[in-house]
Write a protein that binds this ligand. Structure first.
Ligand code: SF4
Length: 148
């Protein structure tokens, strides 16, 4: 059965580079979750052991690690408000400020957080934008949960 997803029809998003999503803020503690393949990709490219930048979590499957936040609650890889691993950043970072929930029976729904300053900026995103995110997420999760 083909997967079906619902998506917000009336929202634009343009990242302003504020890096608020890359760590804790005054009113939000962020858990930057990683797939197994996210952690392995970052480890391979940075030559760091996974346990240097991430720690294991349980109950968050398919995510099995969370990023360490050593300074001021900010991501291990954030320097001067810039992501130093942008090209290989985790799936969850590529998704923000959107989120995909599984409703069961191959049905999914996208939502977003208004805490992101980029929400509401720019033109409304079309279905193809969410299709690309959906495919990216399902491919990454399949790859992560089938590799050993
Ligand atoms: S990996 Fe990059 S984009 Fe993701 S939270 Fe860390 S600094 Fe931000």
């Amino acid at each position: 059965m083909a997967s079906v997803f619902e998506y917000p029809k009336d929202v634009g998003f343009v990242c302003n580079g504020c890096a608020q999503c890359c760590g804790d803020t005054e009113d939000t503690v962020r858990c930057i979750l990683l797939l197994k393949t996210d952690a392995e990709r970052i480890s391979n490219k940075t030559l760091l052991d996974i346990n240097e930048f991430a720690e294991q979590v349980s109950g968050c499957e398919p995510y099995i690690y969370k990023m360490k936040k050593p300074e001021d609650g900010k991501c291990f890889f954030l320097e001067n408000n810039r992501c130093t691993i942008y090209e290989i950043r985790p799936l969850i970072c590529r998704f923000y400020p959107f989120k995909l929930d599984n409703l069961g029976n191959n049905r999914y729904i996208f939502s977003y957080t208004n805490k992101c300053e980029g929400i509401g900026k720019g033109p409304h995103h079309k279905k193809v934008f969410f299709e690309n995110l959906f495919n990216e997420a399902t491919n990454a999760i399949d790859e992560s949960t089938t590799t050993h």
